[in-house]
Design a binder for this molecule. Structure first.
Ligand SMILES: [Zn+2]
Ligand SMILES: [Zn+2]
Length: 361
């Protein structure tokens, strides 16, 4: 048995399929995510352990190594890089949907060797799902979020090379970085595919980032959610996604909002609908009642002869467009409650009422 039992950490069996492991990871990662458990050290430790376990068991190659090597597996394995709070998040797509981010970082951990790309690459975008109340959608709010994104490695300045580290001259191009490809009678110089144009191979990888030139970093931001957001609204925070490579720009962070369902309220764009139950006498005689709005209670006059299904509009009690402005309206949808169990006296009363109505008509 190995030093750390990753199967136990993820609460799966040694015979579990990749899909089962993935499912178990997602479930646990959601449960112990720092956003869900702010300032909970135990949850944080669990979360790290879960991510570490999944870094191994979630990758068929690494899992095989782990299964066969036992304790020796840990000799060459430093989860999350060196001394960093890094976790993979590669599969944590419900809260974070990173595109082109941490898979790369993980690749570097076992692959070794500095990367040999030289053209600028834009960093991946990140997506953060945030739930807001209907009241918060009305007023907007400021909220602290914490998330991981990749940043340029300070150990190597993003190059991925160990400063002063060793390397060999590329044998394919003789160190020039270009090779001559012949097309008919022409010799066209091309970037050497073996070294990517650097002229060097077997470049010693940066110790901090494993050669990827980037590192996962935990960041906290105070985010302003504008008034009027709806489910599916997106707020873009430019440059807060993953780090660009080789001088490429950073990706963006998108906050996607989900407006929580408020009991009794239905929303359609800027309009809000609320069902109002009234009694038969109230419908016939009219009444003054209290009704719920997003702003709190409001009073409303029901006119005599109000019909079932009739709608009343409360002007300006809906929601603004995203970013603010004039508010939409709230609609009160009347539901007349017909009593089901009534005694004989009441039946007699209703009969008399029926007679009266008939005589009138
Ligand atoms: Zn580095
Ligand atoms: Zn070369």
């Amino acid at each position: 048995m190995a030093k750390k039992d990753y199967y136990r950490t993820l609460d799966v069996d040694k015979t579990s399929t990749d899909t089962e492991i993935k499912k178990a990871f997602r479930k646990l990662a959601r449960k112990y995510h720092p956003d869900v458990n702010p300032d909970n050290k135990e949850a944080e430790a669990r979360f790290k352990g879960i991510n570490e376990a999944y870094e191994v068991l979630g990758d068929p190659e690494k899992r095989k190594q782990y299964d066969t090597m036992g304790d020796r597996f840990f000799d060459g394995f430093k989860p999350g890089g060196s001394g960093f709070e890094g976790t993979s998040y590669q599969d944590f797509d419900n809260i974070f949907r990173g595109r082109g981010g941490f898979e790369d970082i993980l690749g570097g951990m076992f692959g070794g060797g500095a990367r040999q790309r030289s053209s600028p690459v834009r960093g991946g975008d990140l997506q953060y799902l945030m739930e807001v109340d209907l009241e918060e959608a009305l007023t907007g709010k400021k909220v602290d979020i914490s998330f991981y994104h990749s940043t340029r490695c300070t150990g190597c300045g993003g190059k991925g090379e160990k400063p002063g580290g060793r390397s060999d001259a590329c044998s394919s191009c003789g160190g020039s970085g270009t090779i001559a490809a012949s097309r008919g009678i022409f010799n066209i110089p091309q970037t050497c595919p073996s070294c990517g144009g650097s002229g060097r191979v077997n470049i010693e990888a940066c110790d901090s980032c494993g050669g990827k030139g980037e590192l996962p970093r935990h960041e906290k931001l105070n985010v302003k959610i504008p008034p009027g957001v709806d489910t599916g609204s997106r707020i873009r925070l430019a440059g807060k996604g993953n780090a660009g490579q080789n001088g490429g720009p950073n990706g963006d962070l998108y906050i996607e909002t989900k407006v929580r369902v408020k009991e009794g309220f239905r929303r359609d764009g800027q309009s809000v609908f609320v069902d109002i139950n009234i009694s038969v006498p109230q419908a016939i005689l009219g009444d003054s009642i209290e009704v719920p709005t997003i702003d709190g209670k409001a009073s409303m006059k029901i006119p005599p002869g109000t019909q079932n299904g009739q709608k009343f509009r409360l002007k300006g009690k809906g929601l603004p467009k995203m970013g603010g402005g004039t508010r939409g309206d709230q609609y009160l949808v009347i539901k007349v409650e017909i009593p089901k169990d009534i005694d004989d006296d009441t039946k007699e009363l209703v009969r008399r009422l029926d007679d009266k109505i008939k005589r009138k008509g």
